[in-house]
Design a protein around this ligand. Structure first.
Ligand SMILES: Nc1nc2c(ncn2[C@@H]2O[C@H](COP(=O)(O)OP(=O)(O)O)[C@@H](O)[C@H]2O)c(=O)[nH]1
Ligand SMILES: [Mg+2]
Length: 446
Protein backbone atom coordinates (compact mmCIF):
# COMPACT_ATOMS: atom_id res chain seq x y z
CA UNK A 1 0.00 0.00 0.00
CA UNK A 2 1.35 3.38 -0.92
CA UNK A 3 0.76 6.00 1.75
CA UNK A 4 -0.85 9.15 0.58
CA UNK A 5 2.20 11.10 1.73
CA UNK A 6 1.86 14.15 -0.43
CA UNK A 7 -1.61 14.97 0.77
CA UNK A 8 -0.46 15.27 4.37
CA UNK A 9 2.73 17.19 3.68
CA UNK A 10 1.78 20.82 3.10
CA UNK A 11 -0.93 21.17 5.72
CA UNK A 12 0.92 19.68 8.70
CA UNK A 13 2.33 22.56 10.78
CA UNK A 14 4.52 20.47 13.02
CA UNK A 15 6.09 17.65 11.09
CA UNK A 16 8.21 16.26 13.91
CA UNK A 17 5.77 13.47 14.70
CA UNK A 18 5.63 12.42 11.08
CA UNK A 19 9.36 12.71 10.72
CA UNK A 20 9.74 10.28 13.53
CA UNK A 21 7.52 7.74 11.92
CA UNK A 22 8.14 8.08 8.20
CA UNK A 23 11.61 9.61 8.16
CA UNK A 24 12.59 13.15 7.45
CA UNK A 25 10.28 14.24 4.73
CA UNK A 26 12.35 17.33 4.11
CA UNK A 27 14.95 14.91 2.72
CA UNK A 28 12.65 14.02 -0.16
CA UNK A 29 13.98 15.99 -3.12
CA UNK A 30 11.49 18.47 -4.53
CA UNK A 31 11.50 16.97 -8.01
CA UNK A 32 10.54 13.48 -6.82
CA UNK A 33 6.91 12.93 -7.62
CA UNK A 34 4.93 11.12 -5.01
CA UNK A 35 2.60 8.81 -6.82
CA UNK A 36 -0.87 8.67 -5.41
CA UNK A 37 -2.44 5.27 -5.62
CA UNK A 38 -6.02 5.01 -4.70
CA UNK A 39 -7.47 1.76 -3.45
CA UNK A 40 -10.88 1.64 -5.01
CA UNK A 41 -12.38 -1.29 -3.14
CA UNK A 42 -11.55 -3.93 -5.78
CA UNK A 43 -12.37 -7.18 -4.04
CA UNK A 44 -11.43 -9.62 -6.78
CA UNK A 45 -14.57 -11.46 -7.74
CA UNK A 46 -14.55 -9.86 -11.17
CA UNK A 47 -11.86 -12.46 -11.79
CA UNK A 48 -14.27 -15.37 -11.29
CA UNK A 49 -14.91 -15.88 -15.02
CA UNK A 50 -11.14 -16.33 -15.52
CA UNK A 51 -11.05 -19.01 -12.83
CA UNK A 52 -14.03 -20.66 -14.46
CA UNK A 53 -12.33 -20.43 -17.83
CA UNK A 54 -9.23 -22.16 -16.48
CA UNK A 55 -11.26 -24.92 -14.88
CA UNK A 56 -13.29 -25.42 -18.05
CA UNK A 57 -10.19 -25.70 -20.21
CA UNK A 58 -8.79 -28.30 -17.84
CA UNK A 59 -11.95 -30.35 -17.63
CA UNK A 60 -13.23 -29.84 -21.15
CA UNK A 61 -16.87 -29.72 -22.07
CA UNK A 62 -19.27 -32.45 -22.94
CA UNK A 63 -22.39 -32.74 -25.00
CA UNK A 64 -24.63 -35.74 -25.47
CA UNK A 65 -26.81 -35.53 -28.54
CA UNK A 66 -29.53 -37.86 -29.67
CA UNK A 67 -30.24 -37.81 -33.38
CA UNK A 68 -33.55 -39.26 -34.53
CA UNK A 69 -35.09 -39.56 -37.97
CA UNK A 70 -35.50 -42.00 -40.78
CA UNK A 71 -32.50 -43.27 -42.63
CA UNK A 72 -31.30 -41.15 -45.54
CA UNK A 73 -32.45 -37.80 -44.10
CA UNK A 74 -28.89 -36.54 -43.80
CA UNK A 75 -28.41 -37.03 -40.05
CA UNK A 76 -24.87 -38.33 -40.23
CA UNK A 77 -23.91 -35.68 -42.74
CA UNK A 78 -25.32 -32.91 -40.54
CA UNK A 79 -23.48 -34.10 -37.41
CA UNK A 80 -20.22 -34.34 -39.34
CA UNK A 81 -20.85 -30.88 -40.78
CA UNK A 82 -21.63 -29.44 -37.34
CA UNK A 83 -18.42 -30.63 -35.73
CA UNK A 84 -16.35 -30.51 -38.89
CA UNK A 85 -15.24 -34.06 -38.35
CA UNK A 86 -16.18 -37.51 -39.58
CA UNK A 87 -17.89 -38.58 -36.37
CA UNK A 88 -20.66 -40.71 -37.83
CA UNK A 89 -19.97 -43.14 -40.58
CA UNK A 90 -22.61 -42.99 -43.24
CA UNK A 91 -23.35 -46.65 -42.93
CA UNK A 92 -24.50 -47.79 -39.57
CA UNK A 93 -23.93 -51.56 -39.48
CA UNK A 94 -27.09 -52.38 -37.53
CA UNK A 95 -29.29 -50.32 -39.80
CA UNK A 96 -27.98 -51.31 -43.16
CA UNK A 97 -27.60 -54.95 -43.94
CA UNK A 98 -27.38 -55.11 -47.69
CA UNK A 99 -27.66 -58.89 -47.99
CA UNK A 100 -30.82 -59.18 -46.01
CA UNK A 101 -32.46 -56.03 -47.35
CA UNK A 102 -34.54 -53.44 -45.50
CA UNK A 103 -37.00 -56.02 -44.19
CA UNK A 104 -34.42 -57.37 -41.79
CA UNK A 105 -34.86 -54.33 -39.53
CA UNK A 106 -37.13 -55.58 -36.79
CA UNK A 107 -36.46 -53.13 -34.01
CA UNK A 108 -35.19 -49.63 -33.41
CA UNK A 109 -31.73 -49.71 -31.91
CA UNK A 110 -29.77 -47.03 -30.16
CA UNK A 111 -26.16 -46.69 -31.18
CA UNK A 112 -23.51 -44.59 -29.49
CA UNK A 113 -20.56 -42.78 -31.05
CA UNK A 114 -18.01 -41.04 -28.89
CA UNK A 115 -15.49 -38.51 -30.06
CA UNK A 116 -13.48 -35.54 -28.90
CA UNK A 117 -13.32 -32.37 -30.93
CA UNK A 118 -10.94 -29.57 -30.17
CA UNK A 119 -10.89 -25.90 -31.08
CA UNK A 120 -8.26 -23.42 -29.86
CA UNK A 121 -7.28 -25.76 -27.04
CA UNK A 122 -10.87 -26.18 -25.85
CA UNK A 123 -11.99 -29.78 -25.79
CA UNK A 124 -15.51 -30.97 -26.38
CA UNK A 125 -16.30 -34.57 -25.50
CA UNK A 126 -19.13 -35.70 -27.69
CA UNK A 127 -21.48 -38.59 -27.48
CA UNK A 128 -23.78 -38.89 -30.46
CA UNK A 129 -26.58 -41.40 -30.29
CA UNK A 130 -28.33 -42.58 -33.41
CA UNK A 131 -31.42 -44.72 -33.77
CA UNK A 132 -31.04 -47.00 -36.76
CA UNK A 133 -34.33 -48.49 -37.80
CA UNK A 134 -36.45 -45.57 -36.64
CA UNK A 135 -39.54 -45.18 -38.82
CA UNK A 136 -38.58 -48.13 -40.98
CA UNK A 137 -40.35 -51.01 -39.30
CA UNK A 138 -43.45 -52.68 -40.68
CA UNK A 139 -45.26 -51.23 -37.70
CA UNK A 140 -43.84 -47.94 -36.48
CA UNK A 141 -46.31 -47.18 -33.73
CA UNK A 142 -43.80 -48.00 -31.01
CA UNK A 143 -40.77 -46.48 -32.73
CA UNK A 144 -40.47 -43.91 -29.96
CA UNK A 145 -40.16 -46.54 -27.23
CA UNK A 146 -36.46 -47.46 -27.48
CA UNK A 147 -35.64 -43.76 -27.59
CA UNK A 148 -37.68 -42.97 -24.47
CA UNK A 149 -36.16 -46.03 -22.78
CA UNK A 150 -32.68 -44.75 -23.57
CA UNK A 151 -33.43 -41.29 -22.12
CA UNK A 152 -34.97 -42.83 -19.01
CA UNK A 153 -32.21 -45.33 -18.46
CA UNK A 154 -29.67 -42.52 -18.55
CA UNK A 155 -31.71 -40.57 -15.99
CA UNK A 156 -31.91 -43.75 -13.88
CA UNK A 157 -28.17 -44.19 -14.14
CA UNK A 158 -27.63 -40.68 -12.91
CA UNK A 159 -30.14 -41.10 -10.09
CA UNK A 160 -28.44 -44.29 -9.02
CA UNK A 161 -24.96 -42.78 -9.09
CA UNK A 162 -26.19 -39.75 -7.15
CA UNK A 163 -27.27 -41.94 -4.28
CA UNK A 164 -23.97 -43.78 -4.12
CA UNK A 165 -21.68 -43.04 -1.19
CA UNK A 166 -18.95 -41.78 -3.48
CA UNK A 167 -20.37 -39.27 -5.93
CA UNK A 168 -17.14 -37.70 -7.08
CA UNK A 169 -16.97 -39.65 -10.31
CA UNK A 170 -20.48 -39.28 -11.66
CA UNK A 171 -20.36 -39.41 -15.41
CA UNK A 172 -22.69 -37.05 -17.20
CA UNK A 173 -24.49 -39.36 -19.59
CA UNK A 174 -27.85 -37.60 -19.68
CA UNK A 175 -29.04 -36.56 -23.13
CA UNK A 176 -28.76 -32.81 -23.54
CA UNK A 177 -30.65 -32.40 -26.78
CA UNK A 178 -32.59 -34.42 -29.32
CA UNK A 179 -32.41 -33.42 -32.96
CA UNK A 180 -35.56 -34.66 -34.63
CA UNK A 181 -35.27 -34.82 -38.40
CA UNK A 182 -38.48 -34.15 -40.31
CA UNK A 183 -38.73 -35.40 -43.87
CA UNK A 184 -38.82 -32.48 -46.33
CA UNK A 185 -42.21 -33.43 -47.74
CA UNK A 186 -43.46 -29.87 -47.84
CA UNK A 187 -46.85 -30.97 -46.51
CA UNK A 188 -47.16 -31.21 -42.76
CA UNK A 189 -46.11 -33.44 -39.87
CA UNK A 190 -46.95 -37.12 -40.06
CA UNK A 191 -48.66 -39.02 -37.26
CA UNK A 192 -45.34 -40.67 -36.44
CA UNK A 193 -43.61 -37.29 -36.04
CA UNK A 194 -46.32 -35.98 -33.73
CA UNK A 195 -46.46 -39.14 -31.66
CA UNK A 196 -42.69 -39.22 -31.29
CA UNK A 197 -42.39 -35.58 -30.25
CA UNK A 198 -45.24 -35.93 -27.76
CA UNK A 199 -43.47 -38.88 -26.15
CA UNK A 200 -40.14 -37.14 -25.67
CA UNK A 201 -40.78 -33.40 -25.28
CA UNK A 202 -40.97 -33.51 -21.50
CA UNK A 203 -37.84 -35.58 -21.12
CA UNK A 204 -35.36 -33.92 -23.41
CA UNK A 205 -34.58 -30.60 -25.09
CA UNK A 206 -36.37 -31.17 -28.37
CA UNK A 207 -35.01 -29.46 -31.46
CA UNK A 208 -37.02 -30.05 -34.64
CA UNK A 209 -35.16 -29.95 -37.94
CA UNK A 210 -36.37 -29.89 -41.53
CA UNK A 211 -33.92 -32.24 -43.22
CA UNK A 212 -32.30 -31.60 -46.61
CA UNK A 213 -34.03 -28.26 -46.98
CA UNK A 214 -32.31 -27.68 -50.32
CA UNK A 215 -34.86 -30.05 -51.80
CA UNK A 216 -37.58 -27.48 -51.12
CA UNK A 217 -37.95 -24.02 -52.58
CA UNK A 218 -37.80 -21.00 -50.29
CA UNK A 219 -41.59 -20.60 -50.37
CA UNK A 220 -42.19 -24.29 -49.80
CA UNK A 221 -39.85 -24.22 -46.81
CA UNK A 222 -41.61 -21.19 -45.32
CA UNK A 223 -45.06 -22.78 -45.70
CA UNK A 224 -43.85 -26.13 -44.38
CA UNK A 225 -42.29 -24.51 -41.32
CA UNK A 226 -45.50 -22.62 -40.61
CA UNK A 227 -47.60 -25.77 -40.70
CA UNK A 228 -45.11 -27.66 -38.52
CA UNK A 229 -45.18 -24.89 -35.91
CA UNK A 230 -48.97 -24.82 -35.97
CA UNK A 231 -49.07 -28.57 -35.33
CA UNK A 232 -46.49 -28.36 -32.57
CA UNK A 233 -48.45 -25.58 -30.93
CA UNK A 234 -51.75 -27.38 -31.36
CA UNK A 235 -50.38 -30.59 -29.84
CA UNK A 236 -48.86 -28.72 -26.88
CA UNK A 237 -45.38 -29.95 -27.80
CA UNK A 238 -42.60 -28.06 -26.09
CA UNK A 239 -39.49 -27.38 -28.12
CA UNK A 240 -36.31 -26.01 -26.60
CA UNK A 241 -36.30 -22.28 -26.08
CA UNK A 242 -33.55 -20.31 -24.37
CA UNK A 243 -34.63 -18.59 -21.18
CA UNK A 244 -34.57 -14.82 -21.29
CA UNK A 245 -33.19 -13.25 -18.14
CA UNK A 246 -33.88 -9.75 -16.85
CA UNK A 247 -30.24 -8.77 -17.04
CA UNK A 248 -29.71 -10.08 -20.58
CA UNK A 249 -28.20 -7.40 -22.78
CA UNK A 250 -29.66 -6.25 -26.07
CA UNK A 251 -27.28 -8.40 -28.10
CA UNK A 252 -28.13 -11.58 -26.22
CA UNK A 253 -31.84 -10.94 -26.63
CA UNK A 254 -31.41 -10.31 -30.36
CA UNK A 255 -29.41 -13.52 -30.85
CA UNK A 256 -31.97 -15.52 -28.91
CA UNK A 257 -34.80 -14.09 -31.03
CA UNK A 258 -32.96 -14.65 -34.30
CA UNK A 259 -32.31 -18.27 -33.37
CA UNK A 260 -35.84 -18.97 -32.21
CA UNK A 261 -37.28 -17.37 -35.35
CA UNK A 262 -35.73 -20.18 -37.38
CA UNK A 263 -37.42 -23.10 -35.56
CA UNK A 264 -37.82 -25.68 -37.07
CA UNK A 265 -34.32 -25.31 -38.51
CA UNK A 266 -34.33 -25.96 -42.26
CA UNK A 267 -30.81 -27.20 -42.81
CA UNK A 268 -28.40 -28.34 -45.44
CA UNK A 269 -25.46 -30.55 -44.58
CA UNK A 270 -22.28 -31.20 -46.49
CA UNK A 271 -18.69 -31.75 -45.56
CA UNK A 272 -17.58 -31.35 -49.14
CA UNK A 273 -16.23 -28.14 -50.55
CA UNK A 274 -17.66 -26.69 -53.73
CA UNK A 275 -17.07 -23.53 -55.70
CA UNK A 276 -19.65 -20.84 -55.03
CA UNK A 277 -20.85 -18.14 -57.45
CA UNK A 278 -17.89 -15.95 -56.48
CA UNK A 279 -15.47 -18.77 -57.23
CA UNK A 280 -14.66 -19.34 -53.57
CA UNK A 281 -14.39 -22.83 -52.07
CA UNK A 282 -17.16 -23.31 -49.54
CA UNK A 283 -18.91 -26.19 -47.80
CA UNK A 284 -22.00 -26.85 -49.85
CA UNK A 285 -23.89 -28.72 -52.53
CA UNK A 286 -23.66 -28.10 -56.23
CA UNK A 287 -26.58 -28.21 -58.59
CA UNK A 288 -26.87 -27.48 -62.27
CA UNK A 289 -28.70 -24.28 -61.31
CA UNK A 290 -26.17 -23.19 -58.72
CA UNK A 291 -24.66 -23.81 -55.33
CA UNK A 292 -26.22 -24.13 -51.88
CA UNK A 293 -23.80 -22.99 -49.18
CA UNK A 294 -23.96 -24.69 -45.79
CA UNK A 295 -22.58 -21.73 -43.83
CA UNK A 296 -24.51 -19.06 -45.67
CA UNK A 297 -27.39 -17.80 -43.55
CA UNK A 298 -29.27 -16.69 -46.64
CA UNK A 299 -29.28 -20.24 -47.93
CA UNK A 300 -30.33 -22.24 -44.86
CA UNK A 301 -30.55 -22.31 -41.04
CA UNK A 302 -27.44 -24.40 -40.39
CA UNK A 303 -25.54 -21.51 -38.76
CA UNK A 304 -28.40 -20.73 -36.39
CA UNK A 305 -28.69 -24.38 -35.39
CA UNK A 306 -24.95 -24.45 -34.74
CA UNK A 307 -25.25 -21.30 -32.61
CA UNK A 308 -28.00 -22.87 -30.57
CA UNK A 309 -26.24 -26.19 -30.03
CA UNK A 310 -22.69 -25.07 -29.55
CA UNK A 311 -21.83 -21.41 -29.63
CA UNK A 312 -24.57 -19.83 -27.54
CA UNK A 313 -26.67 -22.34 -25.68
CA UNK A 314 -24.70 -25.53 -25.01
CA UNK A 315 -24.52 -24.75 -21.31
CA UNK A 316 -28.17 -23.83 -21.17
CA UNK A 317 -29.18 -27.09 -22.83
CA UNK A 318 -27.24 -28.92 -20.14
CA UNK A 319 -28.58 -26.77 -17.34
CA UNK A 320 -32.16 -27.24 -18.46
CA UNK A 321 -31.57 -30.99 -18.66
CA UNK A 322 -30.13 -31.14 -15.15
CA UNK A 323 -32.30 -28.60 -13.34
CA UNK A 324 -35.63 -29.12 -15.00
CA UNK A 325 -36.01 -32.26 -17.10
CA UNK A 326 -34.00 -34.55 -14.81
CA UNK A 327 -35.47 -33.04 -11.64
CA UNK A 328 -38.97 -33.63 -12.97
CA UNK A 329 -38.15 -37.23 -13.87
CA UNK A 330 -36.48 -37.81 -10.51
CA UNK A 331 -39.38 -36.45 -8.47
CA UNK A 332 -41.92 -38.50 -10.41
CA UNK A 333 -39.80 -41.61 -10.09
CA UNK A 334 -39.24 -41.27 -6.36
CA UNK A 335 -42.91 -40.55 -5.71
CA UNK A 336 -43.81 -43.61 -7.75
CA UNK A 337 -41.41 -45.65 -5.63
CA UNK A 338 -43.29 -44.44 -2.58
CA UNK A 339 -40.52 -42.20 -1.38
CA UNK A 340 -41.86 -39.01 0.04
CA UNK A 341 -40.10 -36.02 1.34
CA UNK A 342 -39.74 -36.14 5.09
CA UNK A 343 -40.95 -32.71 6.13
CA UNK A 344 -39.40 -32.96 9.55
CA UNK A 345 -36.06 -33.02 7.79
CA UNK A 346 -36.71 -30.91 4.73
CA UNK A 347 -38.93 -28.15 6.02
CA UNK A 348 -39.60 -25.24 3.83
CA UNK A 349 -38.18 -22.07 5.20
CA UNK A 350 -40.81 -20.02 6.98
CA UNK A 351 -39.32 -16.85 8.53
CA UNK A 352 -42.14 -16.39 11.10
CA UNK A 353 -41.95 -19.98 12.30
CA UNK A 354 -38.17 -19.76 12.38
CA UNK A 355 -38.34 -16.58 14.51
CA UNK A 356 -40.79 -18.17 16.91
CA UNK A 357 -38.57 -21.23 17.17
CA UNK A 358 -35.54 -19.08 17.87
CA UNK A 359 -37.41 -17.09 20.53
CA UNK A 360 -38.51 -20.26 22.33
CA UNK A 361 -34.99 -21.60 22.22
CA UNK A 362 -33.64 -18.32 23.58
CA UNK A 363 -36.14 -18.26 26.41
CA UNK A 364 -35.33 -21.83 27.36
CA UNK A 365 -31.68 -20.91 27.42
CA UNK A 366 -32.34 -17.93 29.68
CA UNK A 367 -34.45 -20.01 32.07
CA UNK A 368 -31.69 -22.60 32.26
CA UNK A 369 -29.10 -19.94 33.00
CA UNK A 370 -31.29 -18.45 35.73
CA UNK A 371 -31.81 -21.84 37.36
CA UNK A 372 -28.10 -22.49 37.26
CA UNK A 373 -27.34 -19.14 38.87
CA UNK A 374 -29.90 -19.79 41.60
CA UNK A 375 -28.39 -23.17 42.33
CA UNK A 376 -24.91 -21.69 42.58
CA UNK A 377 -26.17 -18.97 44.92
CA UNK A 378 -27.96 -21.48 47.12
CA UNK A 379 -24.94 -23.72 47.42
CA UNK A 380 -22.78 -20.74 48.32
CA UNK A 381 -25.20 -19.67 51.05
CA UNK A 382 -25.33 -23.18 52.47
CA UNK A 383 -21.59 -23.41 52.46
CA UNK A 384 -21.27 -20.07 54.27
CA UNK A 385 -23.83 -21.12 56.83
CA UNK A 386 -21.95 -24.32 57.50
CA UNK A 387 -18.75 -22.39 57.85
CA UNK A 388 -20.38 -20.01 60.34
CA UNK A 389 -21.79 -22.90 62.28
CA UNK A 390 -18.39 -24.48 62.37
CA UNK A 391 -16.69 -21.36 63.65
CA UNK A 392 -19.42 -20.89 66.27
CA UNK A 393 -18.80 -24.35 67.62
CA UNK A 394 -15.13 -23.62 67.49
CA UNK A 395 -15.56 -20.45 69.47
CA UNK A 396 -17.71 -22.23 71.96
CA UNK A 397 -15.13 -24.93 72.40
CA UNK A 398 -12.37 -22.42 72.89
CA UNK A 399 -14.49 -20.48 75.33
CA UNK A 400 -15.11 -23.64 77.28
CA UNK A 401 -11.48 -24.54 77.22
CA UNK A 402 -10.51 -21.14 78.61
CA UNK A 403 -13.19 -21.33 81.21
CA UNK A 404 -11.91 -24.73 82.32
CA UNK A 405 -8.39 -23.44 82.42
CA UNK A 406 -9.43 -20.50 84.54
CA UNK A 407 -11.42 -22.71 86.86
CA UNK A 408 -8.37 -24.93 87.29
CA UNK A 409 -6.20 -21.93 88.09
CA UNK A 410 -8.75 -20.63 90.57
CA UNK A 411 -8.79 -23.99 92.23
CA UNK A 412 -5.00 -24.07 92.34
CA UNK A 413 -4.88 -20.63 93.91
CA UNK A 414 -7.47 -21.46 96.44
CA UNK A 415 -5.53 -24.54 97.39
CA UNK A 416 -2.41 -22.44 97.78
CA UNK A 417 -4.33 -19.87 99.84
CA UNK A 418 -5.61 -22.54 102.17
CA UNK A 419 -2.13 -23.91 102.56
CA UNK A 420 -0.71 -20.53 103.34
CA UNK A 421 -3.35 -19.81 105.90
CA UNK A 422 -2.64 -23.12 107.50
CA UNK A 423 1.02 -22.20 107.75
CA UNK A 424 0.16 -18.84 109.31
CA UNK A 425 -1.67 -20.48 112.22
CA UNK A 426 1.38 -22.67 113.10
CA UNK A 427 4.18 -21.22 115.44
CA UNK A 428 6.77 -19.25 113.46
CA UNK A 429 10.15 -20.18 115.05
CA UNK A 430 12.63 -21.19 112.58
CA UNK A 431 15.85 -22.91 113.77
CA UNK A 432 18.81 -20.53 114.48
CA UNK A 433 21.00 -22.14 111.90
CA UNK A 434 18.43 -21.53 109.28
CA UNK A 435 18.43 -18.09 107.73
CA UNK A 436 15.23 -16.18 107.90
CA UNK A 437 13.24 -16.53 104.67
CA UNK A 438 13.74 -13.69 102.26
CA UNK A 439 10.79 -11.46 101.80
CA UNK A 440 10.46 -11.62 98.09
CA UNK A 441 7.32 -11.04 96.15
CA UNK A 442 7.44 -14.38 94.61
CA UNK A 443 3.90 -15.29 93.78
CA UNK A 444 1.45 -16.52 91.24
CA UNK A 445 1.16 -13.14 89.65
CA UNK A 446 4.68 -13.26 88.41
N1 LIG B 1 -29.80 -32.77 -50.88
C1 LIG B 1 -29.24 -33.06 -49.74
N2 LIG B 1 -28.69 -34.29 -49.57
C2 LIG B 1 -28.13 -34.57 -48.38
C3 LIG B 1 -28.09 -33.64 -47.33
N3 LIG B 1 -27.45 -34.20 -46.28
C4 LIG B 1 -27.10 -35.42 -46.66
N4 LIG B 1 -27.51 -35.67 -47.90
C5 LIG B 1 -27.34 -36.90 -48.67
O1 LIG B 1 -28.28 -37.83 -48.22
C6 LIG B 1 -27.75 -39.14 -48.19
C7 LIG B 1 -27.90 -39.74 -46.80
O2 LIG B 1 -27.17 -39.00 -45.88
P1 LIG B 1 -26.80 -39.50 -44.47
O3 LIG B 1 -26.11 -38.39 -43.78
O4 LIG B 1 -26.08 -40.79 -44.53
O5 LIG B 1 -28.23 -39.73 -43.86
P2 LIG B 1 -28.66 -40.53 -42.55
O6 LIG B 1 -29.04 -41.88 -42.96
O7 LIG B 1 -29.81 -39.78 -42.01
O8 LIG B 1 -27.50 -40.52 -41.63
C8 LIG B 1 -26.30 -38.99 -48.62
O9 LIG B 1 -26.19 -39.29 -49.97
C9 LIG B 1 -25.99 -37.53 -48.39
O10 LIG B 1 -25.03 -37.03 -49.27
C10 LIG B 1 -28.68 -32.36 -47.57
O11 LIG B 1 -28.70 -31.49 -46.73
N5 LIG B 1 -29.24 -32.15 -48.77
MG1 LIG C 1 -26.61 -41.99 -40.77
Amino acid sequence: MTADVDSIMPEVPDTSEYEKTIGNIKDIPQEVKVIKKKLNGYVGFANFPKQWHRKSIRRGFNLNLLVVGESGLGKSTLINTLFNKEILTHREPEAVDEDAGADSVDAVKVQSFKDVVEEDGVKLNLEILTTPGFGELTNNTDSWKPVVDEINSRFDGFLESESRVNRSTIEEKRIHALLYFIEPSGHSLRALDIEFMKQVHEKVNLIPIVAKSDTLSEEETAGFKKRILADIDHQGIRVFKPIQYDNDDEETLTISKQIMDKVPFAVVGSTREVQNAQGKLVRGRSYPWGTIEVDNEDHNDFTKLKQLLIRNYLEELKEHTANYLYEKYRTEKLVKMGIEQDDTVFREFDPVARQEEERTLHEAKLAKMEAEMKAVFQSKVTEKEKKLQRSEADLFARHKEMKDKLAKQIKLLEDKKAQLEKQKTLPQDPPASQPAPQKTRKGFLR
